[in-house]
Design a protein. Structure first.
Length: 362
């Protein structure tokens, strides 16, 4: 039956009929527009990247600017820059203010969040890897993104110099801002006594949690070179005594005990199932009876519920090396396998950034 329907949908006769009547023409135009959006998506991403690199959003936020003013600002010829500006207008990144250019609805969050701009710049690596998607699928270990995130391929023990560690740790920290406010709004952390953040990077999350719930004791666990950066940063913020920082690899070392809540923010999707199993068991072992795990990361929609964000994460994680995008059901199964019970989804105002699952140790 489905094959017959497919043949009917691809029939030239159906297309001729569709464009010949108002309802069919409306449906056909919408479908054509949607397909063109898919085809043009790469160009759209490059328009956004160019605007970020040229500092256009910051310039028009200060004051609407003319083509000539922006040409002087960017050092580009007006004729070439005008193509970019008109493209940004079409994408609602910019807005017309008379004869000048102003900030558009979709440009506003870009200029507001440094972490978003950092991710837009970082995505240039992914676009480079996707120039030949077949080659990426055949040899993902050759991807530029794979080299950027060495820890994902090495099971938590990267062979990276201090500069590389600082670079990807800073990106993780800045991009983590996307989920911090949603977490604070979604879960009552004040009901806990001590929180351990596993894979905590430079400590951006525990820093905000310390401000949000002053009575909490806090711990952070990450790879030794990352933990060293976090220890220095937290000390400079006056949190050296408040946050206990532990360095180690969760694939080889036991996690510190004492927390009644463990947070795991955008860590599991960086790793294959066997590594996630080790990680979840380590968290389970570190928690006391009744202790809880709050897992936050992008989650795939179930079959039949497509999401525009799923393709991005599927291919980002492929290029990264070893992770994969999982559904909430798949993550729940892994948590249950590790021994967690009473697993439930926590409502999150921005599930694009992260879905939330809460599990308890019996």
């Amino acid at each position: 039956m489905r094959s017959r329907f497919d043949r009917w949908m691809t029939s030239p006769a159906l297309y001729r009929w569709a464009i010949g009547n108002p309802v069919g023409r409306w449906i056909t135009r919408r479908r054509a527009d949607a397909l063109f959006e898919v085809m043009a998506g790469f160009v759209h991403s490059q328009v956004l990247l160019a605007c970020v690199r040229l500092g256009i959003f910051e310039k028009v936020l200060a004051a609407p600017a003319s083509l000539q003013t922006l040409a002087t600002h960017t050092g580009l010829q007006p004729a070439a820059l005008e193509r970019l500006l008109h493209s940004a207008l079409a994408l609602r990144l910019l807005d017309r203010r008379g004869s000048d250019y102003g900030l558009g609805a979709l440009g506003a969050p870009v200029v507001t969040h440094a972490g978003l701009r950092a991710m837009i710049e970082h995505n240039a690596l992914l676009y480079q890897d996707l120039r030949d998607p077949l080659a990426l699928m055949q040899q993902p270990q050759q991807a530029s993104m794979h080299a950027y995130w060495p820890y994902a391929a090495e099971g938590g023990a990267p062979a990276a110099d201090s500069e590389q560690v600082a670079r990807y740790s800073e990106l993780m920290s800045s991009s983590q801002r996307f989920v911090i406010e949603e977490l604070l709004a979604s879960y009552p952390f004040a009901r806990h006594r001590c929180v351990l953040d596993v894979g905590g990077g430079q400590g951006g999350w525990v820093t905000e949690l310390a401000r949000h719930a002053p009575q909490l004791q806090l711990m952070l666990f990450d790879l030794p070179p990352v933990a060293a950066i976090a220890r220095t940063r937290l000390g400079g913020l006056g949190l050296g005594e408040r946050v206990a920082v532990h360095g180690g690899s969760f694939t080889a070392d036991a996690l510190p005990k004492g927390a009644d809540l463990v947070t795991l923010l955008r860590v599991a999707h960086d790793h294959p199932d066997d590594v996630v199993r080790v990680l979840l068991r380590a968290i389970h072992d570190a928690l006391p009876a009744g202790g809880k795990l709050l897992l936050a990361e992008p989650m795939a929609r179930p079959a039949g519920e497509p999401s525009v964000s799923d393709p991005y994460f599927h291919f980002y994680l492929l290029a990264m090396g070893s992770g994969r995008l999982r559904t909430a059901q798949a993550l729940t199964a892994l948590m249950q396998e590790a021994g967690f019970t009473r697993i439930q989804a926590i409502a999150n105002p921005m599930p694009l950034h992260a879905g939330l699952l809460l599990g308890q140790k019996p």
